[in-house]
Design a protein around this ligand. Structure first.
Ligand code: ATP
Ligand code: MG
Length: 548
């Protein structure tokens, strides 16, 4: 690898061999589904013996759902259907059924407030909402906030009742490969970490490419007896791509949790012998630190592998999880805009370094550039990660300016991630942090993620976040920590406890990384459901009393 050329993946993929048409057909005809007609592919964590779907069920019920959506609710090609639902075994089928009609899925986060849902409905011009029964009133509120295109709000329960009496099957609409490359499949929304969530235009081909890319890089990692636990929300691209697509495509069984709940996950892991979890850093923190874990000793026997993505995971935290649970943990990296996975680890190319996110997935090319768009010339030098490949989005929905800014030029090919990364001589990447969140402290750039990782090694600290505290008079930002103490930890005197942490911390870092902005005690660190620390919410808190 030469650091100042375009970087490529150590794996190869024949892009011409990705012959997807309609993503729904791609799934229903996939080897994982057609080769497992009797195998339970989707299993409800709460009723594993009675509530499950085999490969045959998936094929049949998806097409019955398509028929129901078309005839009873009038879903037509290019209509946008917003799915505002918790995880369930039928949720993947709803995705396939909508796409099967040539319509577009816009999955929404169940934690949204009405104004946040309204933003998504407006930007996506949603026509139909399929909503959790308990969220129908809130969905109605969202549509009432401003004028939207929404014609129907249908409850999930009503769909399930309809499905039970529908016998006709509607096969997926034929889409050619050329059409699949431009036809919109998804309007997923980014996590809204840096501002308002952006609607991302993802084609049928984008997702199919990422499934094939996943298949190639996971070949030595997903075993035929892998039993996955789906605890991430399928409304976010990470859970969506993994559980709705890759797992069934590869013929693996997935235990589906309605949403993440540590105790239930520990209980079901012991009972069902779940051995593989995709997680986000807040879940890693729980596996490393929660006392609950010790109450379920079998968990350590069964869990073999965690794959963590969505936000920075430090080597120390990764090591803490793997030594406590006695399993492997590795990172993946990606964005909503990249469908999502662009980096993955490997056991074939040994020496995977836990502090990194692994190598480029096949078919993705990357460059690291400085603020002038010039190649960064050496290894270990931070630069903005810019990529192109078959899984890169078409653009942001109804936001031409953001789309233009997200690509290097008007060929709309090279996508700027906004993340700072470094590349190692063996081609592995490390993600430093988001470009916009680097703290400009005393003439240096400090990555909040690095300081958060150090804070988390403190025995009394349950969780932590770091932001830059702006001091305009001095023309600088100062690193400020927000910490949550473990219950029972500390002296009860916040000022003394904060000072003790500050003294402990400041001996471990260079001067410009010390907590000059002080420490704020918090009951909880604000995080998005997709696993990101919402540092912007902390920066917006103007009246905090910081110690130290
Ligand atoms: P928004 O774009 O609305 O601000 P977001 O960027 O958080 O929100 P997502 O698309 O869900 O929305 O997340 C992509 C981002 O997540 C990446 O740009 C990166 O900052 C972060 N990320 C993902 N995986 C990793 C990882 N393994 N290590 C570090 N950061 C990661
Ligand atoms: Mg983003």
């Amino acid at each position: 690898i030469d650091p100042h050329t375009i970087h490529v993946s150590p794996w190869t993929v024949d892009l011409d061999a990705i012959t997807t048409g309609n993503l729904a057909s791609f799934m229903l005809e996939s080897p994982g589904v057609t080769g497992n007609l009797d195998k339970k592919l989707f299993i409800d964590a709460n009723a594993p013996t009675t509530n499950y779907l085999t490969g045959a069920d998936i094929i049949e019920q998806t097409q019955r759902l398509s028929h129901l959506l078309k005839t009873k609710y009038g879903v037509r090609e290019n209509d946008v259907v917003c799915l505002w639902l918790f995880n369930s075994i039928y949720l993947p089928l709803l995705h396939y059924a909508v796409l099967g009609l040539g319509a577009i899925v816009s999955p929404a986060n169940v934690g949204y407030l009405p104004n946040e849902l309204n933003h998504q409905l407006t930007v996506s011009q949603t026509k139909i909402i399929i909503s959790e029964a308990s969220l129908v009133a809130k969905a109605k509120e969202a549509t009432d906030l401003s004028e939207t295109n929404v014609a129907h709000i249908i409850s999930y329960d009503e769909i399930m009742e309809g499905l039970a009496t529908t016998t006709t099957q509607q096969p997926p609409l034929y889409i050619s490969l050329e059409q699949a490359k431009i036809k919109h499949a998804y309007y997923c929304f980014s996590s809204g970490t840096s501002g308002a969530a952006k609607g991302v235009i993802t084609t049928h081909y984008n997702i199919a490419s990422n499934i094939i890319q996943t298949k190639i890089v996971t070949a030595s990692i997903y075993y035929s007896d892998s039993l996955f636990g789906a605890v991430l929300p399928m409304s976010h691209i990470f859970g969506l791509q993994t559980f709705i697509y890759s797992c069934p495509y590869l013929g693996n069984s997935t235990i589906i949790f309605r949403q993440f709940n540590l105790e239930l996950v520990l209980q079901k892991t012991s009972e069902l012998k779940i051995n593989f979890f995709h997680i986000v850093p807040p879940i890693a923190v729980l596996f490393a630190k929660s006392p609950l874990v010790d109450q379920y000793p079998d968990v350590k026997k069964y869990i073999k592998q965690f794959i963590c993505g969505a936000a920075p995971l430090s080597k120390t935290l990764a090591n803490a999880v793997s030594s406590r649970i006695g399993c492997r943990i590795q990172q993946a990296y990606g964005l909503t805009e990249t469908s999502p996975m662009t980096h993955f680890f490997s056991y074939d190319v040994d020496a995977y370094d836990l502090s990194g996110v692994g190598w480029l997935v096949p078919g993705v090319e990357a460059r690291l550039v400085d603020e002038h768009g010039e190649h960064v010339h050496t290894f270990d030098t931070p630069g903005e990660l810019v990529m192109r490949g078959p899984n890169i989005m078409k653009g942001y929905l109804r936001n031409p300016q953001a789309t233009r800014e997200a690509f290097t030029d008007d060929t709309f090919e090279w996508f700027k991630t906004g993340d700072v990364a470094v590349i190692k001589p063996d081609g592995q990447y490390q993600i430093v942090d988001r470009f916009k969140e680097l703290i400009k402290s005393k003439g240096h750039q400090v990555a909040p993620a690095e300081l958060e990782a150090i804070l988390l090694t403190h025995p009394d600290i349950a969780d932590a976040a770091v932001t830059g505290f702006n001091v305009p008079d001095e023309g600088t930002e100062l690193p400020r920590a927000f910490i949550v103490l473990k219950s029972g930890a500390g002296t009860g005197n916040a000022a003394n406890d904060a000072l003790a942490v500050k003294q402990w911390f400041d001996t471990r870092v260079a001067r410009h990384k010390q907590l000059w902005g002080g420490i704020v005690m918090l009951p909880e660190v604000p995080k998005s459901p997709s696993g990101k620390i919402l540092r912007r919410m902390l920066r917006d808190r103007k009246n905090d009393f910081a110690h130290g």
